[in-house]
Write a protein that binds this ligand. Structure first.
Ligand code: ATP
Ligand code: MG
Length: 231
């Protein structure tokens, strides 16, 4: 299993006390799944994605991602896991404002020390997937919200990671762009076996999911697989 979540609890300090955002989550997610966390605002979707992505740690229970126990990883090992295996699409895009679209998408490949020629092809492929080849020289402040979102998607997918974590990846896209981006993700999932885990309330995204995990108040309320999974 790519992701094993066992009795996961997450508490945040709040005022004098604490707030429990995740209250005992148990889930396994296999290689090649195309799965979404669905639930109302505040149900814990982003909190769960952040822990799976090793950006935060459990308060209780255990989360294992590609054999790494998230709560026990050193900062260096967590950074290595993110750099080599994970792609993130954040709810806020986290683009580098002073760098061009091309440079933003190239960044993960520089960290991986991919040679220049190969890098260029990978960056241009990723920008083609999201329909932004005409904006390579623009900087994020010169782009629309939806274009920024597509740059963030290209940046997450450019290195062809094992696992893409996508937090509301279509929140600012029109219908046509949403479908294009989702079809690109489905192709990567089919062709490369890339696993996708979404957090979303968007019906367009939901219509592409093969498994829907409904969260409510920090718990799994329902878990529906639409087809038999092979693993
Ligand atoms: N750093 C934090 N400190 C305190 N409380 C937090 C923190 N992060 C999240 N929470 C709380 O945990 C709960 C779950 O938040 P989370 O961001 O996971 O929700 P979500 O399901 O992603 O919602 P949305 O659909 O609005 O993005 C919320 O009540 C939120 O206020
Ligand atoms: Mg969220």
């Amino acid at each position: 299993m790519l992701i094993v979540i066992d009795q996961l609890v997450k508490r945040f300090p709040m005022g004098q006390g604490e707030f429990t955002a995740l209250r005992g989550i148990n889930l396994t997610i296999g290689q090649g799944e195309f799965t979404g966390l669905i639930g109302p605002s505040g149900s814990g979707k982003t909190t769960l994605l952040n822990i799976v992505g090793s950006l935060d740690v459990p308060s209780g229970g255990e989360v294992t991602v590609l054999g790494n126990s998230i709560g026990r990883l050193s900062a260096r090992k967590a950074a290595q896991l993110r750099k080599e295996k994970l792609g993130f699409i954040f709810q806020s895009y986290n683009l580098l404002a002073v760098h061009t679209v091309y440079e933003n998408v190239e960044f993960p490949l520089l960290l991986l020390k991919i040679p220049a020629g190969e890098r260029r092809k990978m960056v241009l492929d990723a920008l083609d997937w999201v329909g932004l080849t005409d904006k390579v020289k623009s900087k994020p402040p010169q782009l629309s919200g939806g274009e920024c979102q597509r740059v963030a998607i290209a940046r997450a997918m450019v290195k062809r990671p094992s696992l893409v974590l996508a937090d509301e990846p279509t929140a600012n896209l029109d219908a046509a762009n949403s479908h294009n981006v989702l079809q690109t993700m489905v192709s990567l999932n089919r062709e490369l076996g890339t696993t996708f885990l979404f957090a979303t309330h968007d019906d367009k995204v939901i219509s592409y999911l093969r498994r829907k995990i409904f969260l409510l108040d920090g718990r799994v309320d329902k878990d529906e697989a639409l087809e038999l999974r092979t693993e």
